[in-house]
Design a protein around this ligand. Structure first.
Ligand code: GDP
Ligand code: ZN
Length: 363
């Protein structure tokens, strides 16, 4: 997000903007530093501040509620000194990316905070699985961020007409989502993707082998592994080796890549499912019954569209499957926790959305 204040704040490249600055003013009198969490690890976290990367204790920001634990991407108020030095609070999240922990426990786990784009990497090297794309998109929408589909390894589809058809297929599956073919090998599409992502914070999702690491390296302009071993100077001038899960992109924007983001599952993507299947939700508004399940109900507008041939069977099946799966997961999940984190998004969401809408004009 761009900032109108000059000169640029040293944290601008990490996503600091006027709205964060406003939020932070309540800590000014306490002498705390603003910073962004680049990594969390067992009671400690690394925070990038105007004074460099500081290691801090997370005892104050580790409540029992797993969705309220400080995480990578959070903006925090950190003590400038102290042994240990503490993170005292984090600013209300604009968005949050959450996964289910395991099938036995019902709590979600927060993987990344304050993300603007969820890039779903889909490999063109294998047959398109639109159902899988839909699942990832449901998860992406649920986070509150803008999904973007990136069709990777476009160099393996040399025929422009074929590439055009594949892109169209995905576009039809993904209303409201930009679909962009790219190739890390040839460089195709990387400049456009880089320009889009320069406007905010991004996480990369997708199957193993989809090309996420290669894409991350291409966007970073160097090997992530190398970047991760980079040495940082803390406030006292001591050098500490830091594993960063949050990296500033050279062309602007921020990339978050945590181990947990690899292999996420579907977790209460209720709202998300509706957005992935926007055309079905629109049809459903005309069903006779408010709670129509679109299976055998009289006056069902969804079934009518299917029978007339305007709604493809694959799409309807995929929708039903996702709804069923989602209901099972929701039944295990504490609704209160979910309501809590949505409250923050609602409050902060409006301005973020407005910025996103403006950006969407680019496509
Ligand atoms: P990840 O598991 O999603 O992180 O996928 P990787 O980045 O490890 O890539 C998986 C495989 O795809 C590797 O063998 C890469 O070399 C290959 N790959 C990645 N990007 C491209 C590309 O743009 N073109 C081609 N032809 N292969 C690619
Ligand atoms: Zn219906």
């Amino acid at each position: 997000m761009s900032s109108s204040s000059l000169p640029l704040h040293p944290l601008t490249s990490y996503g600091w903007d006027d709205a964060w600055a406003d939020e932070f003013t309540r800590f000014d009198s306490e002498g705390l530093l603003p910073g962004r969490v680049i990594r969390v690890d067992r009671g400690q976290c690394d925070v990038v501040t105007a004074d460099g990367v500081l290691r801090a204790d997370t005892a104050f920001v580790t409540p029992n509620d797993p969705l309220r634990v400080v995480c990578t991407g959070d903006w925090v108020a950190v003590e400038p000194a102290g042994n240990p030095r503490y993170v005292r609070a984090y600013l209300p999240r604009r968005t949050a990316f959450v996964r289910s922990t395991s099938s036995k426990r019902s709590e979600g786990q927060i993987l990344a905070a304050n993300i603007d784009y969820v890039v779903v990497a889909v490999s063109l090297a294998v047959e398109l699985d639109l159902g899988r794309v839909e699942r990832f998109l449901a998860l992406a929408w649920e986070s509150g961020a803008q999904p973007v589909v990136v069709l990777t390894k476009a160099d393996l589809v040399p025929e422009p007409a074929t590439l055009g058809h594949l892109t169209q297929d995905v576009e039809q599956t993904a209303p409201g989502v930009p679909v962009l073919p790219v190739s890390a090998a040839s460089g195709e599409g990387l400049d456009v993707l880089g320009a889009v992502l320069s406007g905010g914070t991004t996480v990369l999702l997708g199957q193993s082998g989809a090309g996420k690491s290669t894409l991350a390296n291409a966007l970073l302009g160097e090997d992530v592994m190398e970047v991760r071993a980079a040495r940082d100077v803390d406030g006292k001038g001591r050098h500490t080796t830091t594993t960063r899960n949050l990296l500033a992109l050279p062309g602007g924007g921020v990339l978050i890549d945590t181990p947990g983001l690899r292999g996420v599952g579907l977790w209460d993507a209720g709202t998300g499912v509706g957005q992935v299947f926007a055309e079905i939700e629109a049809l459903a508004a005309d069903c006779r019954f408010h709670d129509c399940a679109h299976v055998a109900e009289p006056g069902c507008a969804v079934l009518a569209a299917f029978e007339s041939g305007s709604l493809p069977e694959r799409r309807l099946e995929s929708y039903r499957k996702l709804i069923r799966e989602n209901q099972r997961i929701v039944a295990k999940t504490d609704a209160r926790l979910r309501a809590e984190i949505r409250k923050d998004w609602k409050r902060k969401g409006a301005e973020g959305r407005a910025a996103m809408e403006a950006k969407r004009g680019r496509w």
